[in-house]
Write a protein that binds this ligand. Structure first.
Ligand SMILES: [Zn+2]
Length: 92
């Protein structure tokens, strides 16, 4: 049985399908008994997905894949930042 630490080392290979069948078996066996590693793998996948989404946005800004709310949130954050830099905040 592999440890949590070993599972982390295997994740990259697991994701890209490069694990040997025996390693893959150990990996799945560990996930079956370790909820915290299931959570870790889940958040790892989400992080990878987010990274890919960010990359896609940079390459194709007009792809229409970005939710309108997110664009508005980014624009609002930029405005706030710009205002602060200009010294026109409520406390100046
Ligand atoms: Zn574990």
């Amino acid at each position: 049985m592999i440890t949590c630490r070993e599972l982390y080392d295997f994740i990259l290979g697991y994701q890209s399908g490069e694990l040997a069948p025996s390693q893959r078996k150990e990996f799945d066996a560990h996930l079956a008994i370790c909820p915290s590693c299931v959570n870790y793998l889940d958040s790892y996948r989400k992080t990878v997905a987010l990274g890919k989404a960010a990359y896609t946005r940079t390459e194709e800004p007009a792809s229409g894949q970005v939710p309108e709310e997110l664009i508005q949130a980014i624009l609002a954050a930029r405005k706030k930042k710009a205002r602060r830099l200009d010294g026109e905040g409520p406390f100046s």
